[in-house]
Write a protein that binds this ligand. Structure first.
Ligand code: NOJ
Ligand code: CA
Length: 552
């Protein structure tokens, strides 16, 4: 591998990094087949550089049948031919690195695709074979094994067990899948599985990849000893044990795996980094973020938070304390490829937020959104977290203040969650391809249409329009990321209290940098100093409601 694909620099570059998530199939399509590709991403490096992000995280781009948008990986050390080639990956990496942008890739260790050569081999091999031992195969119950081994449900709905047909044509064993049936779970008690993921980490690290986002990091190790099989109807964190002995999630033993990965990461200069997607009790998250483990773990608290000062305040306090205890740094995130975009969430009434599937199914769901309010609050919330210590993860399109596209007809939906949950909610909206221009096929996404339908209002919400407008959300993000580079130098943080304005959140950072967010309804007189940025116009020195300002 060419030495120049490595990006050197301080080992702790990740602590305060702004990481921009790219959903490769929906970013930029170079060859016009309607699917975003690596060449498309490479062509957008100047845009990413101007935006000012420190790193990008790419959702899976591996060969996949797309049963779950690429989170069903058929080959961990290759590129989906519809998305590109390894040579194109190297070019993309080199171009990003040359622009000073680091790269995270997504690793999906809990399950593979059913098209993975190991699963295909398991189907052909007999019961009890070493091929089947890499996955979780069990006999069914009942006289002929016709009853599924346990009542475990899949996260996407119905059962987590699927029965196979044995090579001789007879109905056979069952395999476990916490997600879609095309995503068989690996057996992490199997050493070959462990070794293979180390190989994968080395493969991408040798190419120059800087970091990893670890999918469902809390699920790898399961208690399957002595014939035990987990039974579970809900994956809600509240029903998960929080002492490391739950039979399905967040078991203490999972950290033994991450220690072995950490050793590999530390062989590189700078050490490779990782961030865990771990839906666990808040008090257990620190284990994933430990310096002996993955190093960071997403703070998902804000994905469900309402626009509420008290909730933001307690989340910030908790996260900063937890990060300090483990030597990690926090990871702020409002949007990703799995949730309704935060500009829409913040425009929903509390009742809708409390039960998003119910809101999603309601006939008047669009009427319930206060678009303007959601837009204002989303901008204010993002500027608030960008002023906090720690790293921030942004999701493609949020820099345009984008709402969730809700116009996808059910026959064009792709999300397995939509199908397996009988239309309760779909993640396709937040995966609609990026609008780059006001006109043209697929608003500049590519010359050949888009794999998910884009809304007509993209003609007003796109990069081309916002690029020219100094008051646009794109301009706001660019300014914020540029200023942040100059301002972030230490992680100090102090609250400033305003007993007479309890709905105002105010904190100080080093070098006189202050951030003020108005969660209340009345304008708030800003402290003395230069207003570096504001999400709404400051009038007579006052910050309007639902806005954030940076002052120095
Ligand atoms: C979490 C990913 O973010 C999501 O998109 C995926 O469906 C599941 N893990 C399963 O891999
Ligand atoms: Ca393409």
């Amino acid at each position: 591998m060419a030495e120049h694909t490595f990006l050197r620099g301080p080992a702790d570059w990740w602590r305060q990094a702004v990481v921009y998530q790219i959903y490769p199939r929906s970013y930029a399509d170079q060859n016009g087949d309607g699917i975003g590709d690596l060449k498309g991403i490479t062509s957008r490096v100047p845009y990413l550089k101007e935006l000012g992000v420190d790193a990008v995280w790419l959702s899976p781009f591996y060969p996949s049948e797309l049963a779950d948008g690429g989170y069903d990986v058929a080959d961990y050390r290759n590129i989906d031919p519809r998305i590109g080639t390894l040579a194109e990956f190297d070019t993309m990496l080199e171009t990003l690195h040359a622009a000073g942008i680091r790269v995270f890739v997504d690793v999906v260790p809990n399950h593979s695709s059913d098209q993975h050569e190991w699963f295909q081999a398991a189907l052909k091999a007999p019961k009890g074979s070493k091929e089947r031992d890499r996955y979780i195969f069990r006999d069914g119950k009942g006289e002929h094994g016709e009853i599924r081994p346990s009542e475990l449900v899949s996260h996407f709905g119905p059962t987590a067990w699927t029965r196979i047909t044995e090579p001789d044509g007879s109905p056979g064993q069952w395999y476990m899948h916490l997600f879609a049936k095309e995503q068989p779970d690996f057996n992490w008690d199997n050493q070959e599985v462990r070794d293979d993921f180390i190989k994968t980490m080395r493969f991408w690290s040798d190419r120059g990849v800087d970091g990893y986002r670890i999918d469902v990091a809390h699920a790898l190790v399961k208690d399957l000893k002595n014939g035990h099989l987990p039974e579970r109807q809900s994956y809600d964190v509240s029903v998960m044990k929080n002492d490391g002995t739950d039979d399905l999630f967040d078991r203490d033993e999972v950290h033994e795996i991450y220690k072995t990965w950490r050793k590999v990461y530390n062989e590189y200069d700078p050490p490779r980094v990782a961030v865990a997607e771990a839906w666990v009790h808040a008090n257990r998250r620190a284990r994933y973020a430990s310096t002996e483990g993955l190093g960071q773990s997403f703070a998902f608290d804000l994905l469900g938070t309402q626009w509420n000062k008290k909730k933001f305040h307690s989340t910030i306090d908790y996260q900063l304390k937890a990060a300090a205890e483990t030597g990690s740094s926090t990871t702020w995130v409002f949007s990703n490829h799995d949730v309704i975009r935060h500009a829409t969430r913040f425009g929903l009434p509390e009742s809708a937020l409390a039960n998003l599937p119910k809101w999603y199914r309601s006939a008047d769901r669009e009427k319930q959104i206060n678009v303007e309010l959601g837009f204002d609050r989303a901008r204010a919330a993002t500027m608030l977290v960008l002023a906090l210590p720690g790293s921030t993860y942004l999701y493609q399109g949020e820099e345009l203040g984008m709402q969730e596209p809700l116009n996808i007809p059910s026959e064009q939906m792709q999300d397995p969650q939509w199908f397996r949950s009988e239309g309760s909610i779909s993640r396709d909206g937040c995966r609609v391809p990026m609008p780059w221009t006001s006109t043209g096929s697929s608003f500049g996404f590519g010359p050949g249409g888009s794999h998910l339908p884009q809304p007509a209002w993209f003609k007003d919400v796109n990069v081309e329009v916002q690029d020219k407008d100094p008051k646009s959300t794109l301009a706001l993000y660019r300014t914020a990321l540029r200023l942040r580079r100059g301002l972030v130098c230490a992680e100090q943080f102090t609250w400033v209290k305003h007993p007479l304005a309890p709905q105002v959140m105010h904190f100080k950072r080093p070098n006189g940098w202050q951030c003020i967010t108005n969660f209340g309804t009345k304008p708030f007189k800003l402290p003395k100093g230069q207003v570096l940025l504001s999400t709404k116009d400051v009038v007579d020195g006052k910050l309007p409601a639902n806005a954030t300002a940076w002052v120095k």
